[in-house]
Design a protein around this ligand. Sequence first.
Ligand SMILES: Cc1cc2nc3c(=O)[nH]c(=O)nc-3n(C[C@H](O)[C@H](O)[C@H](O)COP(=O)(O)O)c2cc1C
Length: 128
Amino acid sequence: MSEERSAGLHDTSAAPGAGAEAEVIACSDFSASDLDAYGAFAFGCPAMGFEELESDEFEPMWDDVEAELPGRKVALFGSYDWADGEWMDLWRERAESAGITVADAVIAKDYPDEAASVDCKALGAALA
Ligand SMILES: Cc1cc2nc3c(=O)[nH]c(=O)nc-3n(C[C@H](O)[C@H](O)[C@H](O)COP(=O)(O)O)c2cc1C
């Protein structure tokens, strides 16, 4: 999900509205050593490959943090286009197999429409 789109998640102000602050961080700038600085995490990645995570920047970061996420507040979000969101089902299953409790998972076809924007606000509130 592009920075503009992930920023849109935070622009909904759901987490701040619920009394929390949100910071948008590019996956290339985030690693397991940053986890303790935050109380909750919304990881965003579009469907790439064949219903896969983006492999150049996002998946290396996810590989790094995954084992450290159990016990933390985690939500997932991302956009897709021609399929039906299977990549998110697979990602969520992978996360849960690693012991991560996924508080919420939001998908948007191409760009968040009104319904997906509502879902994004709920995701932020779930993490606050
Ligand atoms: C190389 C590539 C692979 C993609 N693979 C899938 C896919 O497996 N399933 C799907 O539904 N959409 C797929 N898409 C569509 C993207 O997930 C969709 O356009 C998404 O909104 C892109 O988000 P972004 O603009 O933030 O990168 C793919 C797009 C590209 C460029």
